[in-house]
Design a protein. Structure first.
Lengths: 65, 186
């Protein structure tokens, strides 16, 4: 089911929100709002082992020979 | 559990530490059957590890904690030891006073009396973590629901939900995340 809210643009391309359909999380680093979260806060949340953020792996382009 | 491995037992007053009375206005109830995983303290050699849960509780899909918004001035927590010498256990009670008589409040309170659960509360100045009443081994439950309309102009109107739980400690420190509502199908 698609969420009725939009994740913060600050984390677009960096993190995907998973395992929840709520925009609010009472996390180990305090209450966060996924609609407004900054990238720094998301990094901190991820470093604290949250199960609600998934890092998006950036695909490196191969240098053409 | 045996505490012989604990090496840092100490009881101290922390100078400058905020110490307000009462409980914060938001509490969360999570019925036992809604958990996918209930975490417990992982005892090491520190006294705090006896009562601290660092891993995250996980709920089943589509389940979310039940929020209880209580009035600060009329809500609180107490605990006491019960039992025989050297075999005592803590009994903790939490009173949550909700001032509004609505069908949703009465309906929720009516349903909650049939559940075993874990209760997560915060102190008024607490921003991270929760105090946990009830545990994986002994659940919390509703001991009383007092729904009063009061008498005359100054009577106390509201619903008082009394939750109780036995436990090895007055309460546990839950340092994990409050389980967030999980989407259906993952």
């Amino acid at each position: 089911m698609k969420s009725k809210w939009t994740p913060s643009p600050a984390i677009a391309g960096h993190y995907k929100i998973v395992n929840t359909n709520s925009p609010i999380l009472h996390s180990k680093i305090g209450d966060v709002d996924f609609r407004k979260i900054s990238l720094e806060k998301a990094d901190e949340l991820y470093a604290n082992g949250t199960r609600y953020l998934e890092k998006i792996k950036v695909q490196k382009k191969r240098a053409s020979s | 559990m045996n505490y012989e491995n604990i090496t840092d037992m100490k009881v101290a007053f922390v100078d400058g530490q905020e110490n307000p009375s009462g409980v914060g206005e938001l509490a969360y109830l999570i019925p036992y059957s809604w958990f996918e995983t209930i975490q417990e303290p992982t005892a090491s050699t520190t006294s705090s590890s006896i009562v601290t849960i660092t891993a995250d509780h996980v709920l089943k899909a589509s389940k979310a904690p039940i929020e209880v918004q209580a009035l600060y001035e009329k809500s609180g927590m107490t605990s006491a030891l019960e039992g025989e010498i050297l075999s005592k256990i803590f009994k903790t009670g939490v009173e949550l006073f909700i001032p509004n008589h609505t069908a949703a409040n009465i309906g929720t309170a009516t349903a909650l009396k049939n559940y075993r659960f874990i209760l997560l509360i915060r102190r008024p100045d607490q921003n991270t973590g929760f105090l946990q009443i009830g545990s994986k081994s002994i659940a919390a439950y509703v001991e009383a629901i007092d729904a009063n309309l009061g008498t005359g102009p100054t009577g106390e109107v509201g619903i008082k939900l009394t939750v109780g739980a036995y436990g090895k400690a007055p309460y546990l420190f839950y340092d994990g995340e409050l389980p967030a509502p999980a989407p259906v199908g993952g």
